[in-house]
Design a protein around this ligand. Structure first.
Ligand code: COA
Length: 188
């Protein structure tokens, strides 16, 4: 699937959003490790990604500029009403809730619109293809609450997730539709 580059502040000769392949999982994992040096490595095992790519490939996407990965987003589905640490490890294809487990962009390519594009793509894909999903949820740090609010998510409150280092995390959710129909059409 080709992505629209509308809104991107970086110009690639070619860019796309497509599903992550099995052989790209290691790069994804290493990008995450660079982004979260404060989280104990044993809490961020590569198995989350190998399982998600195998079990929920339609919720695992990368953005690519000139053929190189610039960032990724991955999710799973389950039945719990809030994001839990375990949400990253298992996928129930009939679960009514979609968990956004992580969106991550290479540090040198941040603040250029790629993260927003990945979230919009993921949300729109679920709204259009997983119609039995009743809400999407995840946790984020306080500084990113405005980033997600502008992407259609609502602040819920402090999260009780404790495995991801000393950071206080906050629950966010989206009950959709997140974007006006014409904005969705412009993206895909
Ligand atoms: C969070 C992240 C994915 C954002 O990706 P990005 O490509 O830089 O985001 P965008 O360029 O689409 O940002 C759009 C807007 O969101 C806001 N925003 C983005 N990152 C922000 C940050 N770290 N702090 C505060 N606001 C931020 C800004 O308003 C920004 O617009 P501006 O650059 O014109 O000011 C990226 O910073 C990242 O990979 N961080 C490390 C991993 C992480 O924290 N992931 C989120 C887990 S919940």
């Amino acid at each position: 699937m080709k992505s629209s580059s509308a809104g991107l502040k970086v110009n690639f000769e070619s860019s796309c959003i497509r599903k992550i392949k099995a052989e790209e999982v290691h790069e994804v994992w290493s990008l995450e490790a660079q982004s979260y040096p404060e989280i104990p490595a044993e809490h961020l095992p590569i198995e989350r990604y190998t399982r998600a790519q195998r079990d929920a490939p339609e919720l695992f996407w990368g953005h690519f500029g000139n053929g190189k990965m610039t960032g990724f987003i991955f999710g799973t589905r389950g039945a719990g009403s809030k994001w839990k640490y375990d949400s990253m490890f298992k996928h129930d294809s009939e679960g009514a809730v979609a968990y956004l487990n992580l969106v991550c962009v290479y540090p040198e390519l941040r603040r250029k619109g790629i993260g927003s594009l990945l979230v919009k793509h993921w949300v729109t894909y679920i709204e259009e293809n997983h119609k039995d999903v009743t809400k999407m949820c995840f946790i984020c740090e306080d500084e990113l609450i405005p980033f997600y609010k502008q992407l259609g998510f609502t602040y819920v409150g402090p999260s009780d997730v404790s495995q991801l280092g000393p950071t206080q995390w906050y629950d966010m959710e989206c009950r959709g539709p997140a974007y006006p129909k014409d904005a969705v059409n412009a993206l895909i």
